[in-house]
Design a binder for this molecule. Structure first.
Ligand code: PRT
Ligand code: ZN
Length: 286
């Protein structure tokens, strides 16, 4: 029987939509939705398992799944023997220490001998050890933010994204101890056939990510400005320059990184570029 990759995804939660979308953009089709526990792709040798995120590292370590997508916070806290294969750039968040808003904060030493509520005892324990702080870690599995209000702890260590949960519970963020995003994890030793399927998948994921980070740019420029514009828009190898019907003008086609876009666009305009079009790219292969 030929090999098939078993991929564990969060059934429903903050990782689900982006995970499903990623495979869609990689051209890998499968059904998902209410009540489904697993689904076989119709056009790629992969079977998807829909699970709670906390269970995914364990299933990957045990070989029930070959790959999985989880938050790095969950992967690290699980302490399972799994490899991080690729960072996926979505579900970004941070694990932070927070204290009641009215309390003074002079630094991490303020937590010495205090009670800290968290669902991340391993990551927090490591951090406190590195900082030489001895504090009591009180493990709770959810609604950590209410712990100070009910007298369970003097501080908390929890996932923060916008910060509004902390705010509405009268807490302030005082220290970021870990930054997280969704990651693709794998069993450390995949069989050769599965490894080559993973390589195929990674090739597609990287093409999708590169496309997201870049834009296709088309503009018109007077020929005298071409050297300057070409240096601002190096593209993948070099920009395409074709003459316009109007004498002395050319059309320039190139690729620009999203991060450089606003920085460079002013310089490109000042150099004399006109009629600038910026177009999303669907896939980008180097
Ligand atoms: O049901 P299942 O066990 O599968 O899901 P879950 O409820 O355990 O996890 P889920 O879906 O909430 O989160 C999955 C992953 O998304 C986490 O492991 C993180 O890696 C990532 N992530 C990104 C977040 C957040 N943002 C986030 N804001 N995980 C949790 N939160 C919670 C946080 O715990 C706190 O209660 O949102 C609140 C804070 O949000 P802000 O925006 O108010 O700061
Ligand atoms: Zn969970």
């Amino acid at each position: 029987m030929s090999s098939i990759l078993r991929i564990a995804l969060q059934k429903s939660g903050r990782l689900s939509e982006d995970s499903y979308q990623l495979f869609k953009e990689c051209g890998i089709r499968f059904d998902y939705g209410t009540g489904k526990l697993k689904s076989v792709s119709s056009n790629f040798p992969a079977e998807f398992l829909f699970l709670r995120d906390d269970d995914i590292p364990g299933y990957v370590e045990d070989g029930v799944a070959d790959l999985g997508i989880v938050g790095e916070n969950v992967a690290v806290e699980s302490a399972r023997n799994i490899d991080t294969v690729h960072r996926l750039g979505f579900s970004k968040c941070r694990l932070s220490l927070a204290i009641p808003r009215g309390n003074e904060w002079n630094g991490i030493q303020d937590l010495s001998g205090k009670n800290i509520a968290t669902s991340y005892p391993l990551i927090l324990g490591n951090y406190l050890r590195e900082q030489n702080i001895s504090a009591d870690i009180h493990v709770i599995s959810g609604s950590v933010e209410i712990a100070p209000g009910i007298g369970l702890a003097e501080a908390i260590c929890d996932i923060v994204s916008s910060g509004s949960t902390l705010l509405s519970n009268g807490l302030k963020e005082v220290e970021v101890i870990f930054r997280s995003e969704a990651i693709l994890i794998a069993r450390p030793t995949l069989e050769t056939e599965k490894q080559s399927l993973l390589d195929k998948l990674l090739f597609r994921i990287k093409a999708v990510q590169a496309a997201k980070n870049n834009k296709y740019i088309v503009l018109n420029a007077p020929n005298a400005a071409l050297d300057q514009i070409k240096s601002l828009l190096p593209g993948m190898k070099s920009p395409t320059v074709t003459p316009l019907a109007t004498e002395g003008w050319s059309s320039v086609h190139s690729v620009i990184n999203e991060n450089d876009f606003w920085e460079n666009i002013e310089a490109i305009r000042s150099a004399g570029a006109q009629g600038i079009l910026v177009i999303p790219i669907e896939k980008m292969i180097y």
